[in-house]
Ligand binder design. Sequence first.
Ligand SMILES: [Zn+2]
Length: 145
Amino acid sequence: MTDAGKKKAVGLPLPLMQGLHGEFYGHCAAGRLSFQRCSDCGRWRHVPREICPACSSWNWSWEQSSGRGTVYTYTIAERPMHPAFAERCPYAVVVVEMEEGVRLLSRVVDCPPSELEIGAAVKVDFEDVGSTAAGKVLLPVFRRG
Ligand SMILES: [Zn+2]
């Protein structure tokens, strides 16, 4: 192989493991999908933030999700937005609506894009995508069922 034919390996971009996002991914690394839940009105929320969008309360806790949801919508990525995704294309970028009412951007790993259906039942799994100084990074992904 010539030098011109060699592809430089590019790692996946990893989340910043800081603040509330670091806490969210810390739960994922422990094998739990958890979301913030308002201690005053009970509403679940995602992405992580300090204040409840429903009642403006600052009181909340992390609570574990059932891990079950449905495909809310999806799109097919035909071209990579980052070199690390080049060999995965085409792949589906999926919005999953969880039973708790929050929506999560993810992938359905056991379903080719041509078989995806809006409304399909999915359940969470975790994909080990590498490590940062803060430890292992596991991303929530989904499987049919
Ligand atoms: Zn609230």
